[in-house]
Structures are given as C-alpha cells and as structure tokens.
Design a binder for this molecule. Structure first.
Ligand SMILES: NC(=O)C1=CN([C@@H]2O[C@H](COP(=O)(O)OP(=O)(O)OC[C@H]3O[C@@H](n4cnc5c(N)ncnc54)[C@H](OP(=O)(O)O)[C@@H]3O)[C@@H](O)[C@H]2O)C=CC1
Ligand SMILES: CC[C@](O)(C(C)=O)C(=O)O
Ligand SMILES: [Mg+2]
Ligand SMILES: [Mg+2]
Length: 343
C-alpha cells in the first residue's frame, strides 16, 4: 500500500520561517488562510477589492493586493478559480516572484495543461485537499481534517517536498492522511471524480430518480426526501464504514434491491461512458472546451446554470429545508430564495 502520512510523521518546522500568501479567499482560500493562521503560521491574503476582501478583513486576516502579497511572501498559494489564474498570474504574481519562492496550487489544471509556465528558479508544488473548502475549514475547527494529495513539479530549493507536507499539516489535512501524487494524476483523477461521480454523476442520478417518481405521479416532496435528502444519511454511513457499513444499517429488502437493481442503472454502458469522459480529460479535450467557454464569457455555463437552479427539485428542496432549521445554513450563505417565483 502507498505511504499515507499522518500528523506525527510530518515536521512542519520548515514552514514556520516562511511567509505564506493565500491568493483568493473563496471556498479553499478562506479555509487555508484561517487554518494556517490558527496552526501558528504567518499568513497574508492577496485579493482585489470586493466581497472577499471585506470578508477577509471581517475574519481578522491581513489583506493586501495580489501583487503586494506575492512580493511579501515566500510561499504563494494560488486559490483563485482555475479559469482566472493564468491572467492574474501573468499580471500580478509573475512580476513579483523571487528566486527560491514556492508557487503552490490546490489543483494541477493550469500547470498540467500549460496555461501557467513558471520560471525555473522557483519551487512548484500542489497541496490538493480531497474535499470542498468549506469542509476543510469546518472539519479543522472540529479537530478533524480533510485528506490531501501533494505533488512536486519543480524542486528548486531542495525543500519542496518538506514544504508541501508542512503546508498540508498546517491546513489540518495530516489529521486525515496525506499522500504523494503527480500533477498529472491529481489533475486527471480530480476532474474525472467531480464529473463522473461526485458532482456530475451524483446530481444526474438524483435528478433522474426524482423525475422518474414525479413523472409517475408521486408527490415531489416524497421524491425529494427519497432521492436527495436521504442520500446524505446514506453517504454518511458509506463515509464512516464503506459499502458494508451502509448495507449493515439498511433493511435486507433494500440490500437485495441494491444488489439486483443497482447494476441495472449503473452498468457496463455507464462505465464505457465514464471511460469516454476520462479519455476527454486525458487528451485535453475537456480542458480546451472549458478554456474556450470562459473566453466566450460562459454562454453555455450560464444557460445551464439558470435552468438547473429552476429545476423542480431545487424549488421543492428550498421549501422543505426551510422547515428543518437544524440543517446547516448553505455554504454560500445566501438566504435561500425561490427563483422565478414559487411553483
Ligand atoms: N472549491 C473547492 O473546494 C476545491 C477547489 N480546488 C482548487 O482550488 C482553487 C480555488 O478554487 P475555489 O476555492 O473553488 O475558488 P473560488 O471560486 O471559491 O475563489 C474565488 C476567490 O478568488 C477571488 N478572485 C477571483 N478572481 C480574482 C481576480 N481576478 N483577482 C483577485 N481575486 C480574484 C475571489 O474574490 P472576489 O470576491 O473579489 O471575486 C474569491 O476570493 C482552484 O484551483 C480549484 O480547482 C481544489 C480542491 C477543492
Ligand atoms: C469535487 C469537486 C472538487 O474537485 C472538490 C471539492 O474536490 C472541486 O474542484 O471543487
Ligand atoms: Mg476535488
Ligand atoms: Mg476539482
């Protein structure tokens, strides 16, 4: 088995003498900045003026422009949306990089697909938490952590690996486990996971189940509880103890249905399509499409997003979640509103 490093295997001393700039204060940015600060590291956040700037100030972290943060720091962690990174890098990061600095990412996209080409005299590595930033923060405050991958692309200082591990420990990931990968493996597996399983696969499965029940005449509220709300409770059991733990808790009737009907939904055809998706990722077809979509100001992204937000499952969900105050506030912290009026 591959070596998974934990808290006690990692010496974070190397990072204590460094200043860390966190560029961006969104999902990952706020979590890295606050976790590192509370782990005792010297952190500055680099931003443009706006919503994130105000939030960072409110949270009590030092904030300045991206250029100033880069110039002041030894370790520059780029936590901007992937599609904005190349421009901000060229304009505000690259001109202020010093030999021996470390340029760090939480996802390998821009390095692997050559959208950012760093100079030869800096370290380049990634520390990629395997979970959403808001959970990187929440689990840290609970004394736990989200596992992370690390990879070294360029080791100018001879310390890149040590720095990456110390950084992973600082954000709390070593409480869960940290393991080594390459930029290629992180980029391709992360894109595949989010498209085919975690995000795209899961939302498509939920919607297909919901629509099947509603189109057959069942109440949308019943379909919502069955296909979305309860999924979290089932996934908690998978997270805690794998497939067998979940199957231990469900009825034998459900387990028999799992065995005989699951493979009717997700089968060799589905796997063949997963392989197509992986091929598009490996060959750069997906990356090219996403880069062009952004260059065109996201016509498809915005249209699909509008339709998805108005889907019946979202309307029903907003109403039902309002009746369950124990559910944590959505991470976007927006008040839940019914888009385009109630149904
Ligand atoms: N989301 C996640 O959980 C995960 C993300 N990653 C990776 O982490 C990186 C960051 O992703 P994520 O946290 O989702 O990003 P977000 O979309 O949450 O980050 C937005 C942040 O970037 C700032 N920003 C955007 N454009 C600019 C700009 N031009 N100049 C300065 N600041 C800007 C925003 O500030 P403003 O308010 O001013 O717009 C905001 O603070 C990506 O590489 C992603 O792939 C990896 C693992 C999981
Ligand atoms: C699953 C989506 C993710 O890869 C993540 C939270 O790990 C992302 O890019 O946001
Ligand atoms: Mg991911
Ligand atoms: Mg991702």
């Amino acid at each position: 088995m591959v070596k998974v490093l934990h808290h006690n295997n990692i010496n974070e001393e190397v990072l204590h003498s460094k200043k860390i700039a966190i560029i961006g204060y969104g999902s990952q940015g706020h979590a890295h900045a606050l976790n590192l600060k509370e782990s005792g590291f010297d952190v500055v956040v680099g931003l443009r003026g706006g919503k994130s700037w105000d939030k960072a100030v409110e949270d009590g972290v030092d904030v300045c422009s991206v250029a100033e943060a880069t110039a002041a720091a030894d370790i520059i962690m780029v936590l901007l949306p992937d599609e904005h990174q190349p421009k901000v890098y060229e304009e505000s990061i690259k001109p202020h990089l010093q030999p021996g600095n470390a340029l760090v990412f939480a996802h390998g996209f821009n390095i692997h697909f050559s959208q950012i080409v760093p100079p030869a005299d800096v370290d380049v590595f990634l520390v990629a938490p395997k979970g959403p930033g808001h959970l990187v923060r929440r689990t840290y405050t609970e004394g736990a952590g989200v596992p992370a991958l690390y990879a070294v692309y360029q080791d100018y200082s001879g310390q890149a690996r040590e720095l990456a591990l110390a950084y992973a420990k600082g954000i709390g990931s070593a409480r869960a486990g940290v393991l080594e990968t390459t930029f290629q493996e992180e980029t391709e597996t992360d894109l595949f996971g989010e498209q085919a399983v975690l995000c795209g696969g899961a939302t498509s499965l939920i919607k297909a189940g919901f629509e099947t029940l509603v189109e057959a005449g069942y109440q949308p509220e019943v379909a919502y509880f069955e296909c979305l709300h309860e999924l979290k409770l089932i996934v908690d059991l998978l997270y805690e103890g794998g497939l067998s733990n979940m199957r231990y808790s469900i009825s034998d009737t459900a387990q028999w249905g799992d065995f005989v009907s699951g493979p009717r939904v997700v089968n060799e055809d589905t796997k063949a399509r997963m392989k197509d998706i992986l091929k598009d990722i490996q060959t750069g077809v997906f990356a090219k499409g996403w880069i062009l979509e952004n260059q065109a100001n996201r016509p498809q992204f915005n249209a699909i997003n509008r339709n998805e937000n108005n889907h019946l499952i979202e309307q029903v969900g907003r109403e039902l979640r309002a009746l369950m105050p124990f559910i944590k506030k959505p991470v976007n912290e927006k008040k839940e509103v019914v888009v385009n009026g109630s149904r």
